[in-house]
Design a protein around this ligand. Structure first.
Ligand code: MN
Ligand code: MN
Length: 454
């Protein structure tokens, strides 16, 4: 199969230019002006924008958590991803507590995902227990293509203490890997929750009050001090607020290599949503923050100080969210978004809030670079032919009825987008066409990632 996408505007992280793309099999083999079609099928895409497939570096499909399992498994989750222009997801696999190995965690996630995915996929590995055996497993993980890890500074089932944090970051840094870290101060948050309960403050509007900006910023600060001592790069995942962001900037000024990821929900909503009737549907951790923080995030997005945007897709059904109707601490934490991120960020570009090049950088190019996905992240020769064709004049209103998550609501209900993907290729295969999913579960392949080059 050989075809030529003609007369479209190709957008990379650096520039937008009218270029033709020649695809042969799964790869982009030529990009240039007025390419001859020869034996290739010619497809006219004039007037359309062409982007590299989006990479969602933060999903939780088929995750057992909060006494249930997230609403999307790898089949429904990756199908929803494709319908929103995402051709590659990196999901969080996890080691189990109680003497279990990283390899057991990896095998478990392969069992969940293999032969079910409609887009390409890879895993980060969460480390929840550290000992000599775990340390020896890091090289094994790298051999399996896992080069990024996850550490939690909160949640009893996942939390690692400062001692292990230091040891893990140091080991990962030496191996050309790094960790993404969930930064929140667990101890003080527990105390604030106890205070709220004692005072009978049990509605979802208390969720942001017990997880304030300062307790995220404190954890980011502590993480970065530890990372500096360990001489290791690190990523702050789902960064939500101004104070935490200032900690990142301070560490960078200090010569540290720190990556920052944020999520579209923090760019769109503020903590006011928790006062709504359906406030519990917005409960995720860290929570949405105030307007000042949202403004700071957008500014950092614009000037390139935030590196990536990912969804933290972690959906729960309404009846599960209802478990916390009378006690906000019982609401399962997490929100949907895997189908919305690329269209959302491209809408921001289409309306002039950011450039299309920046959207591509945040949603694809930087993600591929940082996570060692050598064949992804750009429309250029040799890369996988993961291509999204975008109609910047097509209007789309998000509703639970036109979303494909296995979920009975969406926090994005009613959001109007100007511009929407109209066709998507995954390694040369058309998988989405004019509103319809035309892919195949199982077409998605596991992607081995590379360690960082020193
Ligand atoms: Mn998290
Ligand atoms: Mn997460």
């Amino acid at each position: 199969m050989k075809y030529l996408l003609k007369n479209g505007t190709v957008v990379t992280g650096e520039k937008s230019e009218q270029l033709d793309i020649l695809v042969e099999g799964e790869k982009i083999v030529q990009v240039g002006k007025n390419l001859p079609s020869k034996d290739a099928q010619e497809i006219d895409v004039s007037g359309k924008l062409l982007f590299p497939g989006f990479i969602d570096g933060h999903t939780h499909f088929d995750l057992e958590v909060a006494g249930t399992v997230t609403a999307d498994d790898f089949e429904t989750g990756t199908k929803a991803a494709i319908l929103g222009g995402t051709t590659f997801v990196i999901d969080y696999a996890s080691q189990d507590k109680g003497g279990h190995t990283l390899k057991e965690g990896l095998d478990k996630w392969h069992k969940k995902a293999d032969d079910k995915c409609s887009c390409d996929y890879s895993f980060h590995m969460s480390i929840v227990e550290w000992n000599e055996k775990t340390e020896q497993e890091i090289q094994d993980m790298i051999d399996h293509g896992i080069t990024s890890f996850k550490l939690y500074m909160t949640y009893p089932a996942m939390i690692v203490n400062d001692c292990d944090m230091y040891k893990i970051l140091k080991k990962l840094g030496k191996c050309g890997c790094f960790a993404g870290v969930h930064c929140e101060n667990a101890g003080v948050i527990d105390a604030l929750i106890a205070e709220a309960k004692k005072e009978g403050r049990l509605g979802p509007e208390n969720h942001p009050l017990v997880r304030p900006d300062t307790m995220e910023a404190e954890a980011v600060h502590r993480l970065l001090v530890i990372a500096k001592e360990a001489d290791a790069p690190v990523m702050v995942v789902h960064l939500t607020n101004k104070k935490a962001f200032e900690e990142v900037m301070r560490a960078r000024a200090n010569g540290q290599e720190v990556y920052a990821e944020t999520c579209p929900q923090y760019l769109e909503f503020t903590c006011d949503v928790y006062k709504r009737e359906d406030g519990r549907n917005f409960v995720c951790s860290p929570p949405m923050k105030g307007q000042e923080s949202q403004d700071a995030l957008w500014k950092a997005i614009k000037n390139g100080m935030i590196d990536t945007v990912a969804t933290d897709h972690c959906p729960f059904q309404s009846y599960e969210k209802d478990w916390g109707k009378d006690d906000f601490t019982k609401i399962p934490n997490g929100c949907p978004g895997v189908e919305n991120l690329y269209p959302y960020m491209l809408d921001a570009a289409n309306s002039g809030k950011i450039t299309f090049e920046r959207a591509v950088e945040l949603c694809s190019t930087n993600v591929a670079k940082i996570f060692g996905c050598d064949n992804k992240g750009s429309i250029s020769v040799g890369k996988d032919a993961d291509i999204v064709i975008y109609d910047k004049d097509k209007d789309f209103t998000i509703s639970v009825d036109n979303m494909h998550s296995d979920l009975d609501h969406t926090i994005w209900e009613g959001k109007q987008l100007h511009g929407y993907p109209i066709r998507t290729y995954l390694r040369g295969n058309v998988v989405y066409d004019n509103g319809d999913f035309v892919g195949t579960p199982g077409l998605g392949e596991y992607v081995k990632r590379s360690p960082r080059k020193h």
